[in-house]
Design a protein around this ligand. Structure first.
Ligand code: FES
Length: 614
């Protein structure tokens, strides 16, 4: 029986590859032999004939390309197959992608079993802790790299292998703009560690233990001990940080093999997902199933619902805004807030809950979440498999009792994780992760204690002479997209040491920056426009009163307009402009948080509306 199925599959795949070869013979190859293939025809071609290097003689270009690739030992049969490019983001500086070589081997196996030819190619690799000044500064560079390498090299489909926070959005943004059939393969989460009998994992527990160390609750020896347990294996962060959020939302978008978001990096499941991804890549190459077939408004509605229901990272919002922008959709923050009001948090993972990613995988992964969330989803949305989300869900293993994903009737948190705030301090919006905030601080008015930039924060936050009280509101300026640059995750301002030692665990903190998805606290982020772009945040002074009301979605600076106008006149906005290189390109082109911090020239030129639609 098994053998019969394998034979059937093989003949189906060989049939596809043969149909692909026939198609090629009757189109571009025929034109090549007839000497009629021009540049446009080259773009529409397949296999080795895609994107020929321009020497003014397309026949010579193909002749030369074949000569070189044959130098690597490829035969004519191999070169007649659908080519699947594999974007390789392995790097010695990126432990989150430590399994990329094994994954690529498994993808190759899947591609070849399905009758295709796999060819891996390198791109930039970004790790959160090894990217100065911040990985967000380099995300758009990685998306350009990915887009242009997909476009420049002959491939009929591409498998995007990555996982760390900025990688998945960068790869997807690039593939969307290249509009070549693409499928995402994430590297998977790390396993959970243990410290003195308690489970720990990067990086909610990194911050929790560090806060205890700053408060003097634990000694140097213990913080050193826990340092060795927080990241017990390769793979992406173990909690609902940005990497996990993006893995789940990209599967919900339909751009991944079903079940591909949650298998841990070191599991056999992860390798099998890679193998299936390789086979799927041949299928989408054959059918020319490009990202625009999948990334419909319905797909974005589903992904945004999932972002809210999983207690996802605030960074997920920025990345989904950027991904939608590449497709021509604007992110409507007010509609997103309405969606959040009707989307309970169902997934009990840190930092909103208690569990870790490997627990979510054992609980059935995204299929369990989609089943619980089904009444709120558009299950007729297409996926890259050619099936709808409903069909993919029907084909998933059956539901079973588990305690990680709650039901709509008994959620972890009654409303969506994120709330969008407005007010004279954030006319373009700001976001708070209310599922990870302190309930007592979500309606709060306090005195501002202002830090002009990250250097000022570092200089004064632990000064015992700092005039700060537990009810104050900490404000950090100039860590937005332009100001820092790259919008670092410095929005998680530390509690001033003298207050931490007195037992203060949380305060209202406001900035134009981001925070790690693994962090928790009453943190107002992404204040738009940012201070460096002339936003009202630049005008706040220590001693001003600030009101935060999550209930009424308000972020208000209690200073009258006349005084604000006077301050604006005294200190006009002065965004730094680097003199050269990528830094200058970034400063000139980067958009604000509501547009995903993408470069303006990379967004789709044609508007197709806004998401979410309901
Ligand atoms: Fe790579 Fe957290 S540092 S996913």
């Amino acid at each position: 029986m098994v053998r019969a199925t394998v034979v059937q599959c093989r003949s189906r795949y060989n049939g596809r590859a043969s149909a692909f070869r026939t198609l090629r013979r009757t189109t571009s190859v025929a034109r090549y032999h007839a000497g009629t293939m021009n540049d446009d025809a080259s773009k529409a071609a397949s296999g080795l004939e895609r994107g020929l290097t321009s020497y003014g003689d397309t026949q010579f270009s193909l002749f030369l390309r074949k000569a070189f690739i044959k130098g690597a030992g490829y035969g004519d049969d191999a070169l007649s197959r659908p080519i699947v490019g594999i974007a390789n983001t392995a790097s010695g500086y990126n432990p989150c992608h430590g399994n990329a070589p094994q994954l690529i081997e498994a993808v190759r196996r899947g591609v070849m079993l399905a009758g295709g030819l796999p060819i891996a190619f390198p791109t930039i690799s970004l790790h959160e802790s090894f990217a100065y000044p911040t990985s967000m500064y380099l995300r758009n560079l990685m998306s350009i790299d990915t887009e242009e390498m997909i476009r420049a090299q002959p491939m009929d489909a591409v498998v995007l292998v990555g996982g760390c926070d900025k990688t998945v959005p960068a790869q997807l943004m690039g593939a969307i703009s290249a509009n070549v059939p693409a499928v995402q393969l994430v590297t998977g989460s790390m396993i959970t560690g243990a410290h003195r009998g308690e489970p720990v994992g990067a990086c909610t527990d990194c911050r929790r233990y560090w806060a205890r160390f700053r408060a003097g609750e634990i000694e140097q020896a213990e913080i050193d001990e826990v340092n060795s347990e927080l990241v017990p294996s390769i793979g992406t962060c173990a909690v609902m940080g940005t990497a996990s959020t993006m893995a789940l939302t990209v599967e919900a978008l339909g751009m991944m093999v079903p079940g591909g978001a949650t298998p841990p990096a070191v599991s056999a499941d992860r390798m099998r997902i890679a193998e299936r991804t390789g086979a799927l890549a041949v299928e989408i190459a054959t059918h020319r199933r490009t990202p625009d077939h999948v990334l419909t408004p319905a797909a974005f509605d589903n992904a945004l619902r999932v972002l809210l229901a999983v207690g996802g990272s605030t960074n997920g919002l920025i990345h989904l805004a950027a991904i939608a922008g590449r497709c021509g959709y604007a992110l409507d923050l007010d509609r997103l807030h309405q969606m959040s009001e009707t989307t309970p948090v169902l997934v009990d993972l840190k930092p909103s809950g208690e569990h870790y990613m490997e627990d979510l995988h054992r609980a059935g992964g995204l299929a369990t979440i989609l089943r619980a969330l089904a009444p709120l989803l558009d299950l007729d949305a297409p996926t890259i498999t050619g099936r709808t989300l409903r069909e993919a869900l029907d084909a998933a293993p059956p539901a079973f009792a588990q305690s990680v994903v709650r039901s709509l009737d008994a959620p972890l948190y009654p409303r969506g994780a994120l709330a969008i705030l407005r007010g004279n301090l954030a006319p373009g919006g700001a976001v708070i992760k209310r599922s990870a905030a302190s309930p007592r601080l979500m309606e709060h008015e306090g005195r501002a204690v202002v830090f002009e930039d990250a250097a000022d924060l570092a200089r004064r936050i632990d000064d015992d002479a700092l005039d700060v009280h537990p009810d104050d509101v900490l404000v950090l300026k100039n860590i937005g997209p332009i100001g820092a640059p790259g919008m670092p995750e410095a929005g998680y301002l530390p509690i001033p040491r003298k207050l931490a030692r007195a037992g203060v665990k949380d305060m209202v903190r406001i900035s134009d920056g981001r925070m790690s998805g693994t962090a928790a606290g009453t943190l107002v982020l992404h204040v738009t426009p940012e201070a460096a772009a002339g936003g009202p945040l630049a005008l706040v002074q220590s001693g001003d009163r600030i009101r935060l009301s999550v209930q009424s979605r308000e972020l208000a600076l209690r200073v009258d307009d006349v005084e604000l106008a006077r301050r604006a006149e005294r200190q006009p906005a002065h965004a730094p402009m680097p003199t050269r290189g990528y830094a200058q390109l970034f400063a000139r082109s980067v958009t604000q948080a509501d547009l995903g911090v993408d470069f303006d020239f990379l967004r789709a030129t044609q508007s197709r509306g806004s998401v979410p639609t309901r």
